[in-house]
Design a protein around this ligand. Sequence first.
Ligand SMILES: NC(=O)c1ccc[n+]([C@@H]2O[C@H](COP(=O)([O-])OP(=O)(O)OC[C@H]3O[C@@H](n4cnc5c(N)ncnc54)[C@H](OP(=O)(O)O)[C@@H]3O)[C@@H](O)[C@H]2O)c1
Length: 271
Amino acid sequence: MPSYVITGASRGLGFEFVRQLSSDSNNIIIGLVRDKPTTEKAVAEELAGRSNIHILQADITDYEAVKSAVAQTAKITGGGLDHLIANAAYVSEYDAYDPIGVLSEDPQALEEDVLKSFQINVVSNIHLINQFMPLILAGNARKVIALSTGMADLDPINQYELDTAPGYAISKAAMNVAIGKFHAQYKKQGVLCMSICPGAVETGHFKNATPEQMVKAGGMFQKFLAYSPQFKGPATPEAAVKDVISVWEKASIDGGSGGSYVSHYGNKQWL
Ligand SMILES: NC(=O)c1ccc[n+]([C@@H]2O[C@H](COP(=O)([O-])OP(=O)(O)OC[C@H]3O[C@@H](n4cnc5c(N)ncnc54)[C@H](OP(=O)(O)O)[C@@H]3O)[C@@H](O)[C@H]2O)c1
């Protein structure tokens, strides 16, 4: 039975991965979350009767909690793991609306936010992947997928002056390289590691935005439109997750996908 561990399964794209992948009762779905009771309640209400869903508690910054999740996963699957989906992320609201030079007016706050992005989105994901790797090596599909963002691609940053969300984008760019390094090491053992951007997706990131921040967000969407005239605004989680799954299902080491950083279209077209 194909097995999947999905981090950040409580909401947003993570919950949607759980929803779509668990619709096939042959799949074993293991969601890692920080708040297990709340997620189990959401699963019971929205995905009632799906006995192939298992929710485990683990903040990915807590090494021991992830270690315990690895042990619990092995018990559920019988020892291996086919897919690890590193979806959880700190999507900073602090740096979402301003360029790096503006944020530098409060150097301490900037430093704390960049370090938080780096701790969760890079260091914790590196530990997560290392801790699950023995299970992946014992699995069949052997795929490690990290959710990335087109905001980390230097070409559109430069061409369209994408100056907001610096700490977030820097952390995702670093994670892209980490995924490349994992692939470089584990390719010979048949493990495919890749980074996939889901596109711009409506998961409530602007729900706390002030009117002034919404104006800034509007400026960013104008840049998105300049980048991609067919851009119609954020996609639904349903559409984005379908696209991302399709990209990893088609991906293979032989096909050259290993270590790559691609969009939900499977290429460098981000929107
Ligand atoms: N939405 C987009 O437009 C978009 C675009 C490009 C890339 N992405 C990427 O796609 C992924 C999912 O995005 P999203 O929009 O669904 O994000 P989201 O709605 O902000 O959800 C983030 C998820 O990560 C979890 N999380 C955060 N910190 C964690 C920690 N320390 N330990 C464990 N879990 C933690 C959250 O759990 P809690 O519920 O406990 O907070 C939540 O489940 C992210 O990697 C994001 O960078 C999203």
